[in-house]
Write a protein that binds this ligand. Structure first.
Ligand code: SF4
Length: 194
């Protein structure tokens, strides 16, 4: 029997739309903060992973591409990828990169650095992206945040896609920083109740 479809089963479309919108206008990258804030809010106030299980467009996209479209080899991932040290190590690294991105935003806002209209992939390769922003539309720091955040989102998507192709469709979920954070919060909440 077919499972009844809900509106939120189509959130993979949002995941694609985010990157398409940011390709044309980088300021749309701010919308990605929803994907950062909502999982934390569900974990903090609901004590559950409702977001991961139902509302995550990225997870759905990996399931779709890797599952229905057969773009995944479907092999089990090496165990270290889901080990605690790797998950939390990756989380710390990711948060450090997020912090660095905020610091760059601050420098631009303070006038100590100039706006870079580019995307940085894998925290290393800089790609020009200047067509997606018209100088002066918003304060420079607002645009800098957009470029930095979009870089982070695109890099993590690409890592997830590589993991999807090499292993199972949702391998990214086993070390996704948002997943690790929400899981940690849910565990702490459960401990607090015991
Ligand atoms: S672990 Fe990450 S990618 Fe996977 S469903 Fe949760 S938030 Fe989405």
């Amino acid at each position: 029997m077919n499972k009844q479809k809900h509106w939120y089963d189509y959130l993979w479309l949002w995941s694609i739309a985010f990157f398409v919108l940011g390709f044309f206008n980088i300021l749309f990258a701010w919308l990605g903060m929803l994907d950062f804030g909502l999982p934390l809010l569900f974990a903090l106030f609901g004590g559950n992973k409702f977001f991961c299980n139902n509302l995550c467009g990225r997870g759905q996209l990996f399931s779709l591409l890797g599952g229905r479209f057969g773009l995944s080899r479907g092999k089990p991932a090496p165990r270290w990828l889901s080990s605690k040290w790797f998950r939390y190590g990756f989380l710390v690294f990711f948060l450090a990169m997020f912090g660095n991105m905020l610091f760059q935003t601050y420098l631009v806002g303070a006038g100590a650095s100039s706006l870079r209209e580019s995307i940085k992939l894998f925290w290393t390769f800089r790609l020009p992206w200047d067509w997606a922003y018209t100088a002066g539309t918003v304060p420079a720091w607002v645009a800098q945040f957009s470029f930095g955040f979009y870089s982070l989102m695109l890099t993590s998507l690409l890592i997830g896609l590589i993991a999807m192709v090499l292993f199972r469709p949702r391998t990214w979920c086993s070390f996704c920083p948002m997943g690790s954070m929400t899981q940690g919060i849910c565990k702490l909440k459960r401990l607090g109740k015991d």
